[in-house]
Design a binder for this molecule. Structure first.
Ligand code: HAM
Length: 422
């Protein structure tokens, strides 16, 4: 029953309750393990930044910047924004802290909440969580392939079924202008049929029409020019060299010349990992190369690539039987039958916890029946019942909750018995 008049959470913002948090931990710990195998180091970035950080990098004409940022003016009159994604902050931190010195390849990852004022629906939240990885300092297509392989390793380790990588190359400052012009001409001829939003940004950024969510724009852009016809030789070679190792490792890749991504900073490689099981919000992860962003933030010319996955979407794909597998129940549940026994329980529990056993106990003295019910519900392996008479002898009754077998045991021997448990 829901409490009447109780304050509710903000729409599109979720609690992660204990029944689900074990899966969150599994995802975060597995990511940490896999990323460490690839020599990534963790960076912790702030949850809010100067608005400029996101505006400049994600792009003024993107949905995120135009409609979805949580921006506010702080008491000093400065415009600040809750981070809608992590890449811009990582680039800002990379430049601000001179991480390009000494020169070389820098591999960073991060985890945490992101904020976008989108219309909430299944798989789309206003506060959601990402695990992201960014690599600075090389434009070798080998790193593009490596980050995609790392991401897919993570999904494989978590046994997520039915995923595939959509892959595209968005060209570079050499070849993209010709594509942009062709697209512009195409859209201009159909301008009156486009949604208001696309009409308003057609001159400033025609590429945005390619990932517009409106059904009419989607239908119009179905036949729009695609980047693959315009890529220069160097981008084409780069793209082929990204694909080769992925094919060799049998990563399920589909080349999708229409894949555009909703952020402006990409050049060359762009990809999304999509799932058959996710419905409309089917993208579990997305990423790509952003070779000019570091320079744009005032750093030296530094090519870079990265991705971010959505934790909520990933978790919705994890098998539900995992939960029981992940659950950790007490090794022992202490039931003191009197106040004196309750006091003695502290010492016993403290000692067992110091050995690494999970210990739970009853609070408040009640009937044996009701306390045993609590022990049962805790799913503990053993219950230790301490009565007044036994206490005087330094003994308690230890019950194996699985077999129902009971023995009288000295408090000092309990750890040894727990130790025998396979
Ligand atoms: P993105 O595609 O905007 O890319 O987001 C990455 C992932 O975050 C999505 O695939 C999705 O799983 C999750 N996500 C995004 N918005 C929501 C939402 N409203 N609710 C739930 N999940 C969501 C980026 O953010 C780039 N920074 C990725 C990147 C890193 N590119 C290069 N480096």
């Amino acid at each position: 029953m829901k409490a009447k008049g109780a304050i509710k959470s903000v729409r599109g913002v979720k609690d992660v309750l204990p029944s689900e948090s074990l899966k969150w931990r599994l995802v975060e710990e597995t990511a940490l393990e896999i990323f460490t195998l690839y020599n990534f180091k963790e960076i912790r970035i702030p949850t809010f930044e100067k608005t400029e950080v996101f505006k400049r990098s994600i792009g003024e004409t993107t949905d995120i910047v135009e409609k979805e940022m949580y921006t506010f003016t702080d008491r000093g009159g400065e415009s600040l924004t809750l981070r809608p994604e992590g890449t811009a902050s990582v680039v800002r931190a990379y430049v601000e802290n001179g991480l390009y010195n000494p020169p070389g390849v820098t591999k960073l990852f991060y985890m945490g909440p992101m904020f976008r004022a989108e219309r909430p629906q299944a798989g789309r939240f206003r506060q959601f969580h990402q695990i992201g990885a960014e690599v600075f300092g090389t434009d070798d297509p080998a790193i593009d392939a490596e980050v995609i392989i790392m991401l897919m390793d993570l999904f494989t380790e978590l046994r997520v079924p039915g995923l595939k990588v959509l892959l595209n190359s968005l060209g570079c400052p050499e070849c993209r202008p010709a594509f942009r012009n062709a697209l512009y001409e195409f859209l201009k001829e159909r301008e009156s049929d486009l949604c208001k939003n696309c009409q308003s940004r057609i001159d400033r950024n025609p590429l945005r029409a390619l990932d517009c969510k409106s059904p009419t724009c989607k239908a119009i852009t179905e036949n729009a020019p695609t980047i693959d016809k315009y890529r220069c030789d160097s981008c084409e070679t780069h793209f082929n060299n990204v694909r080769k190792p992925l094919l060799d490792l049998e990563i399920p890749v589909t080349v999708d010349p229409k894949l555009m991504r909703g952020l402006d900073y990409y050049s060359r490689t762009a990809f999304e990992v999509v799932s058959e099981g996710l419905g409309a919000q089917n993208s579990v992860a997305g990423g790509g190369r952003y070779d000019s962003l570091v320079e744009q933030f005032g750093g030296p010319k530094t090519p870079a690539i990265g991705f971010a996955l959505g934790i909520e979407r990933l978790i919705s794909l994890l098998a539900s039987e995992d939960e029981e597998e992940l659950a950790e129940y007490p090794d022992i549940f202490i039931v003191p039958m009197t106040e004196t026994a309750s006091l003695r329980s502290f010492e016993i529990a403290h000692r067992l916890r110091s050995y690494g056993y999970q210990v739970e106990r009853t609070f408040g003295i009640a009937s044996m029946k009701s306390m045993m019910k609590k022990a049962d519900r805790s799913k503990a392996k053993y219950t230790l019942i301490i009565g007044e008479d036994e206490l005087k002898k330094g003994m308690g009754t230890l019950r194996n909750m699985n077999s129902g077998e009971q023995i009288e045991t000295s408090f000092n021997d309990i750890a040894d018995i727990l130790d025998e448990e396979p």
